[in-house]
Design a protein around this ligand. Structure first.
Ligand SMILES: Cc1cc2nc3c(=O)[nH]c(=O)nc-3n(C[C@H](O)[C@H](O)[C@H](O)COP(=O)(O)O)c2cc1C
Length: 340
């Protein structure tokens, strides 16, 4: 069914078709017609408690599809257990010039160099204030492109401050490959300075409001084993609440066709499955049960979901699999991992 509806869209430029698909979903939802799309989604016998939140099942939407929080209710109606909106930056920005999104159907892969196109954190906060559902919503935050690396922390702190009342958790995105210098925040003093500032802000907010807002850190799948070891030690030391592993990869497997392999940006979808799973396994070895892990990257089937949980993930997020397979993948995953 999804294939039938979505196929014609796949002939359009990628970004145009994604926009039409989201617009159609929004209209279906407003007409009260999106309910059947969530049919068959299985919830867990008992909600899963992680980061102080209760997840009805393990499958969420990864950041980047609903950058601005404009479609929260419509996406929630598809049966996701949680949604992550963003990446949001303090000021709106247009992102990179188009074309900046490329797909290959045969290999079920996507390359993007969107560059944090977004309407700014205040727009997203206003949208989240309007949304009516009770789905768990994470807000993924980053820095503006023209903010110098030395001032990056101020951008994250500003986003955290603005979304404190509307987010269920906040994801600190230091792993997108399309903002120059962003991935440098994963290392050494840069990381320590950022985490210290965020934890201080988190404590101050808790003292003020009584609410503890969990902080997740989203890492790249391109880290070496040694880098993972160092980063995890810092995440443990700063008592971060969750690790999301991971973002798109800058690597290009040999099997990837030239028309997409040659595009700069981050690769996602099926070619990322193994790399993302290995990254989760390596992180799990470092953090054990001390920090929950959201596994994301190349989850295209129920089998991939089970394997990601076996590697150490507690929750799963999907993006590319959702683009290629539609809401049916949510149902398939909830079934496949209901007893995991
Ligand atoms: C078009 C596109 C835009 C994305 N934008 C973001 C983003 O703004 N912030 C972020 O943290 N991840 C972003 N991602 C990465 C996804 O959240 C996810 O980590 C990655 O695609 C791997 O998962 P997948 O293989 O299921 O797509 C984006 C991915 C795609 C394909």
């Amino acid at each position: 069914m999804y294939e039938l509806i979505a196929r014609p869209l796949f002939w359009l430029p990628a970004e145009t078709s994604h926009g039409i698909a989201l617009g159609t979903l929004e209209r279906l939802h407003r007409l009260g017609l999106s309910g059947p799309l969530a049919a068959g989604v299985r919830t867990l016998p008992q909600p899963l408690r992680l980061m102080g939140l209760e997840f009805p099942h393990r499958i969420g939407l990864a950041a980047g599809l609903d950058k601005n929080g404009d479609h929260v209710d419509a996406l929630a109606a598809l049966g996701f257990a949680f949604l992550e909106i963003g990446t949001l930056t303090p000021r709106p920005q247009p992102g990179n010039p188009r074309p900046r999104l490329f797909r290959d159907f045969a290999t079920r892969s996507i390359v993007n160099r969107m560059g944090f196109n977004n309407k700014g954190i205040d727009h997203a906060v206003a949208r989240l204030r309007q949304h009516r559902g009770n789905i768990i919503v994470g807000v993924n935050i980053g820095k503006n492109r023209d903010t110098p690396a030395a001032s990056a922390e101020a951008d994250y702190l500003e986003c955290l401050r603005q979304c404190r009342d509307v987010a269920d958790y906040v994801t600190v995105n230091i792993s997108s490959p399309n903002t120059p210098g962003l991935r440098e925040l994963q290392f050494g003093e840069n990381l320590d300075r950022l985490l210290e500032g965020l934890k201080q802000a988190q404590s101050a907010q808790q003292a003020e409001s009584g609410n503890y807002l969990p902080l997740a850190v989203k890492l790249a799948p391109d880290l070496t084993a040694a880098e993972i070891r160092l980063i995890c030690a810092r995440l443990l030391a700063w008592r971060m609440d969750c690790i999301i592993a991971g973002n798109t990869t800058i690597s290009r497997p040999d099997s990837l066709p030239g028309h997409i392999a040659g595009e700069s940006g981050g690769l996602s979808g099926a070619p990322l499955t193994t790399l993302a799973r290995h990254t989760v396994r390596a992180i799990k070895e470092e953090v054990g049960n001390a920090i929950p892990i959201i596994g994301v990257g190349g989850i295209m089937s129920g089998h991939d979901g089970r394997a990601m949980l076996a590697a150490g993930a507690d929750l799963l997020q999907i993006y590319s699999g959702f683009i290629f397979r539609g809401p049916g993948l949510i149902r398939e995953l909830t079934e496949a991992v209901v007893d995991a």
